[in-house]
Design a protein around this ligand. Structure first.
Ligand code: MLT
Length: 431
């Protein structure tokens, strides 16, 4: 306490001690995090670059943030929702708090559009403000001290939220891994599908397909193995399908629920962000099947419903109107076109790196191209690309230790920026 005493002042007859710090100890789990969240860190480096070189015309192939406008039929849906909120009838229908789990019509439409085989029913769908938020809320659902497995490399929110929620022991600087988190290495030698035996003790398995960052989409056979593994070991898979609409390979399912038995061992998150440009608008959903049960037989869905109603008040009614418009025939076609546009960007980037002499992965069933820089330190490659080309990419090691030696190029860009980026890269890096 002595060190905390900073100053005092007098109010009436009282002398109030003012402390420079509070008496609240820091959450030790926050203290375990080794670095800031990946994308703000990259942004900080980009801004430092701009301070040194204010005229640099930076092109971002970094964070997977959409760039194209939201298509007109979807905007129209939101405009009529906004106008409706200004009328007594419209406000009575959709104003104020909606159902915490999402508007019934939207849940029905998500079920029929994204799960056309009837594998998911509307009441198993919980509409939210996005996959990333749901991932953290799922961590809250399971509580601390779980054995967690992640693909390595994978979306950094899985590991960071695991650390924050108390699953991890300390960070090992030599392996660059947190203790008590199982890193399932995914690389070209195993076709980016991990050896599941390493996850035999894992209660929770995060699995993303197509994978962010490698772009690898798991096949039906691989997902069948994943489901069988989870069922044998009694684990729960948290399946991130945020990029599933980019899958073109018919052997690769767009949902884990296409696999028989997944309803007894999996939760799936998905989002409108990368399909319709909703990264800022925020709308996603999580499927928690009726048949998924905790060890004592209690319903996971019932607890999720309880948790969502306590921590969340439902997605914005305007965003939900946008979601509904995405699922009309016109909206669906426009969204499919948008995904197709970004896929073309991905194929331009992939071809460019290959023409330059680099080995690439992904970029076919995903909006990310995973480029091998032959074992070079990925932060060094990131810096070199930024300095030589004024291009921001994402260093592979930001997604886990197995990502070192790679960079990820995002296809979310205007076409002219993508083409300009390819020219700059070819000039500076052709082997
Ligand atoms: C990424 O760039 O990996 C992510 O898509 C960003 C995000 O969605 O949180």
């Amino acid at each position: 306490l002595v060190a905390r005493r900073a100053a005092s002042y007098t109010t009436g007859r009282r002398v109030v001690q003012v402390h420079a710090v509070t008496n609240v100890s820091r959450n030790p789990n926050m203290g375990k995090l080794k670095a800031g969240y990946l994308f703000p860190e990259i942004n900080r480096i980009k801004n430092a670059h701009l301070e040194k070189k204010p005229d640099a015309a930076i092109i971002s192939l970094g964070i997977g943030d959409t760039t194209e406008p939201i298509p007109a039929p979807i905007i129209d849906g939101m405009i009529s929702s906004v106008s409706g909120l200004g009328t007594p009838a419209g406000y009575a229908k959709y104003g104020g708090y909606g159902p915490g789990e999402g508007q019934a019509e939207l849940r029905e439409k998500i079920a029929s559009r994204f799960y056309p085989g009837g594998e998911v029913s509307a009441d198993e769908i919980f509409v939210s403000d996005g996959s990333k938020c749901d991932i953290s809320r799922l961590q809250m659902l399971f509580g601390p001290n779980r054995n967690v497995a992640v693909q390595d490399p994978s979306y950094p929110a899985y590991v960071d939220s695991s650390v924050m929620n108390g699953h991890a022991t300390s960070f090992d600087a030599s392996t660059k891994q947190y203790g008590n988190i199982t890193y399932l290495s995914c690389n070209s030698n195993n076709n980016f599908f991990p050896n599941l035996a390493h996850a035999n003790d894992s209660e929770i398995i995060f699995f993303c397909s197509p994978n962010n960052p490698t772009g690898a989409a798991a096949t039906r056979e691989q997902l069948t193995d994943l489901v069988a593994h989870a069922k044998e070991n009694g684990s729960i898979i948290i399946y991130d399908a945020a990029y599933a609409s980019y899958i073109e390979n018919p052997d690769c399912p767009k949902s884990i629920f296409e696999i028989p038995g997944a309803d007894e061992c999996a939760i799936e998150t998905c989002s409108f962000s990368k399909y319709a440009g909703f990264t800022g608008l925020r709308l996603g959903w999580t499927v928690v099947p009726e048949n998924l049960k905790f060890a004592d037989g209690f319903s996971v869905k019932a607890d999720w419903n309880r948790l969502m109603n306590t921590t969340f008040n439902g997605a914005s009614n305007v965003a939900q109107a946008g979601g509904l418009a995405c699922l009309s025939d016109e909206g669906w076609n426009a969204m499919t076109e948008l995904v197709g546009f970004y896929k073309e960007n991905a194929s331009i980037l992939k071809r460019t790196f290959e023409d330059m002499g680099y080995t690439t992965y992904g970029g076919t069933n995903a909006p990310y191209v995973w480029v091998s820089f032959d074992g070079q330190d990925s932060w060094e490659v990131f810096t070199e690309i930024l300095e030589k080309c004024d291009i921001v990419v994402t260093p592979g090691s930001g997604f886990g230790p197995a990502g070192d030696g790679f960079i990820r190029a995002s296809a979310f860009g205007h076409r002219d920026s993508i083409l300009e980026a390819t020219e700059r890269l070819k000039k500076a890096f052709t082997k």
